[in-house]
Design a protein around this ligand. Structure first.
Ligand SMILES: *Cc1c(COP(=O)(O)O)cnc(C)c1O
Length: 331
């Protein structure tokens, strides 16, 4: 089976498992796991922020990140198909007591005019006020689209002018960096706080981080424990993340090339594929998924007439070519 359902499906490589087995560990709730500390320091440095915090999932990282910026009865603005709005099952409302309003963009991009018109200033104790704007780079449900750096910089300026904060869901920021060559720290500079994932295309089995100021991270450390996310000798997992950062970032370019190959086979313009996700219209998505499965290719239906294909570390060139042949034949 060639599994194109998601880039979360990767299994740790032998080298990664060896790095995990060798990891020096301690109790991280006591702040005594040297491998976790090394990972947190490295990721904060890469993104140009003061500090970072290791979390079990990207969803927890997003909840912790956003709650450093937005309080009870305040709102965050985001694109309508953002992961925080669509795929975190109301966690931000449940834990933080915030509300969300959304703008719609088919490619998940920043819409400065909409944001300007949606922004709700502080009007006293009568109305919800906008505390933060959240952007997702790359944008998962918009087909792995990279957000334009010029828009992000304009957003930073607008947000600062309005006195609101910026959150970036950078679950796949590594893909954006490799696709564009924009240094990670330039993306980091746009956001007050970020969430990043090691468990997607980078191939670690578990792990995400919140990245931000020392104060935001100290606060997030308390809330992580409160939410049941304090982990003990978790250096074995941090070691997988460190290995992924050292060995699996530059190779994301291969995933992007494979995705373009698959796009072509599915009748999608390869130039519209920025990174490792292909979204293709099909008249009957579930039927297409079933037929592809019979031919040894796993893809997912993300809507009644939309299928999604995701390339990753466990999809070789050979796999991508085989899958492309099958998908082209299915039409
Ligand atoms: C996968 C993902 C997350 C986090 O997901 P978890 O499964 O909770 O680790 C967050 N944002 C985006 C855009 C994602 O694709």
């Amino acid at each position: 089976m060639i599994d194109l359902r998601s880039d979360t499906l990767t299994r740790p490589t032998d080298e990664m498992r060896q790095a995990m087995a060798r990891a020096e560990v301690g109790d991280d709730v006591y702040g005594e796991d040297p491998t976790v500390a090394r990972l947190e320091e490295k990721v904060a440095g890469l993104l140009g922020h003061e500090a970072a915090l290791f979390t079990p999932t990207g969803s927890m990282a997003n909840v912790l990140a956003v709650r450093t910026l937005v309080g009870v009865g305040q709102e965050v603005l985001c694109e309508a198909s953002a992961h925080i709005a669509r795929a975190e099952l109301g966690a931000h409302g449940a834990y933080t007591g915030l509300t969300m309003r959304t703008w719609v963009h088919p490619r998940g991009q920043v819409d400065l005019d909409m944001i300007r018109s949606m922004h709700a200033p502080d009007m006293g104790p009568f109305f919800v006020r906008t505390a933060a704007i959240s952007v997702e780079n790359t944008h998962n449900f918009a087909g792995g689209a990279v957000l334009a750096l010029s828009d992000l910089r304009d957003l930073r300026e607008l947000a600062t002018g309005l006195g609101v904060a910026v959150h970036m869901d950078g679950a796949r920021i590594w893909n954006a960096h490799v696709a564009t060559g924009v240094p990670l720290a330039e993306y980091g500079a746009v956001a007050d706080v970020m969430a990043v994932c090691l468990s997607k295309g980078l191939g670690a089995p578990v792990g995400s981080l919140v990245v931000g100021s020392a104060d935001a991270i100290a606060e997030s450390r308390v809330w992580r424990k409160r939410m049941g996310g304090g982990m003990r000798q978790v250096g074995v997992l941090a070691a997988a993340g460190l290995h992924a950062l050292d060995h699996h970032v530059e190779r994301l370019a291969e995933d992007h090339a494979h995705a373009r190959l698959l796009a072509e086979a599915c009748g999608v313009d390869p130039a519209s594929v920025d990174t490792n996700i292909v979204v293709a219209p099909r008249p009957d998505a579930p039927a297409f998924v079933a037929r592809a499965r019979e031919e040894g290719v796993l893809v997912s239906a993300v809507g009644p007439t939309t299928v999604r294909l995701v390339t990753h570390l466990d999809v070789s060139r050979d796999d991508a070519e085989k899958a492309a042949a099958v998908l082209a034949r299915l039409g």
